[in-house]
Design a binder for this molecule. Structure first.
Ligand SMILES: [Fe+2]
Ligand SMILES: [Fe+2]
Length: 177
């Protein structure tokens, strides 16, 4: 194995000449434009989820509504946190976070569905979480070792969507009793 040192000059000069690329270096193996596109779809998904959970939070009514509404609000805030992480990563990759409300629902993997009862709301949220879990898992596999930072971010978000799905499944059980 040749000493790491010998490559250092080349790495440094590459870093200097490509300064405008920010966090993206020659070691970046993914298709950057495609990653940005995919991340903008994740961003849309997270925003649609914020809006759906907020709607459910404000519309939650009935005797069982208090703990459920609290859960909706917590999820809304966590989805907003995901949206912020994703938008930040898009800019690190030299892209533009697409926050244009036009086409938001089409870019999103998950749907915006309101629901009339607590049970319907929880079911819609559970469906949306399961969609996100599937598409984010696919993204993780697709990124592999080509963009480790983005993959780790998506893995972290994915873990939380799994928690959300679990919370919702438990709420559904409790509400049916
Ligand atoms: Fe999320
Ligand atoms: Fe979620």
């Amino acid at each position: 194995m040749k000493p790491f040192q010998s490559d250092l000059e080349a790495i440094r000069s590459r870093a200097r000449t490509k300064m405008e690329d920010g966090a993206v270096t020659g070691a970046y193996k993914a298709d950057r434009a495609r990653v940005i596109e995919v991340l903008n779809e994740v961003l849309a998904t997270e925003i649609v989820c914020v809006l759906r959970y907020k709607n459910h939070y404000y519309m939650a009514r009935g005797i069982d509504s208090q703990p459920v509404a609290a859960e909706f609000l917590q999820h809304a805030n966590e989805e907003q946190g995901h949206a912020d992480l994703v938008a930040q990563r898009i800019t690190q990759l030299g892209g533009r976070p697409n926050l244009n409300p036009a086409g938001l629902a089409t870019r999103s993997h998950a749907e915006y569905k309101e629901g009339d009862t607590l049970e319907e709301m929880i079911k819609e949220d559970l469906v949306a979480e399961r969609v996100a879990i599937e598409t984010y898992s696919e993204i993780v596999r697709w990124l592999g070792d080509d963009d480790v930072t983005t993959r780790r971010m998506i893995e972290g978000i994915l873990a939380m969507e799994e928690e959300h799905a679990d919370d919702l499944a438990n709420l559904l059980e409790q509400i049916k009793r």
